[in-house]
Design a binder for this molecule. Structure first.
Ligand SMILES: C[S@@+](CC[C@H](N)C(=O)[O-])C[C@H]1O[C@@H](n2cnc3c(N)ncnc32)[C@H](O)[C@@H]1O
Length: 115
């Protein structure tokens, strides 16, 4: 905050529309149902409001793998239907406990792959 490069908006993340749409990184770590977070990411992607996103999906109590798989498959379908070229990876990081971390890259540069 001290750098002056951060602007804080007190707003509901599910209703917030960025005033400027040339966002490169979207970072989302809201405690919410994973399907709702995924829908928000899909909406931002369809609106073309970011280039790359890192977001967490909080794991449900039961059927964790099944639910996350279903959410990511749905996201895959929706982005594809909207003719969005993308790369997506999902990891259960060492320090993540009850969540997985997703990296979504829209219209990735050709020839660049993940390490
Ligand atoms: C897991 S914490 C995020 C911590 C943050 N990544 C950090 O390192 O400080 C979840 C945060 O999401 C916020 N949050 C939850 N629902 C929200 C919403 N609808 N709009 C905005 N913020 C929300 C909560 O207030 C809380 O601060």
């Amino acid at each position: 905050m001290e750098t002056g490069q951060v602007k804080h908006y007190r707003a509901d993340g599910f209703r917030f529309e960025p005033p400027r749409k040339n966002i490169y990184w979207l970072v989302c770590d809201m405690v919410e149902k994973p399907a709702r977070v995924a829908e928000l990411m899909e909406a931002w992607a369809i609106n073309g409001w970011f280039k790359e996103a890192i977001f967490n999906l909080k794991l449900p109590m039961k059927s964790r793998y099944k639910e996350v798989s279903t959410i990511l498959e749905t996201m895959n379908t929706i982005l594809t239907e909207n003719e969005i070229d993308f790369k997506m990876q999902c990891k259960h990081l060492y320090h993540d406990r009850d969540e997985v971390t997703v990296h979504l890259w829209l219209f990735p540069e050709k020839g660049v792959s993940y390490a």
